[in-house]
Design a protein around this ligand. Structure first.
Ligand code: SF4
Length: 87
């Protein structure tokens, strides 16, 4: 396992040309700076893994939702109450 997500870069200049004093983590999968709460996943700390824990990674790789609920599930009627025998 590598040290960090393959989509993680470090940038010292913002999209608007602003220079930062320190490099900031940037996600090339979504082309945005990484939110602090996600940084541990990007850096693979604490056993976290982008492949299983980051929806941006999974979307970029076509792996589906982190939860397994992709929002395109077909309603098979399983949640419809049967009401028992109506005869
Ligand atoms: S946000 Fe997700 S895809 Fe982007 S660098 Fe972090 S772990 Fe990788």
């Amino acid at each position: 396992m590598s040290d960090a997500c393959e989509f993680l870069e470090r940038r010292s200049v913002g999209d608007d040309g602003e220079s930062f004093e320190h490099e900031r983590p940037y996600c090339t999968a979504v082309e945005a700076f990484v939110q602090p709460m996600r940084a541990d996943i990007c850096a693979k700390r604490y056993g976290l893994d982008p492949e299983t824990d980051c929806e941006h990674y999974r979307e970029a790789k076509g792996l589906g939702s982190v939860t397994g609920l992709d929002g395109d599930a077909v309603d098979d009627g399983a949640s419809t109450p049967t009401g028992g025998d109506e005869s």
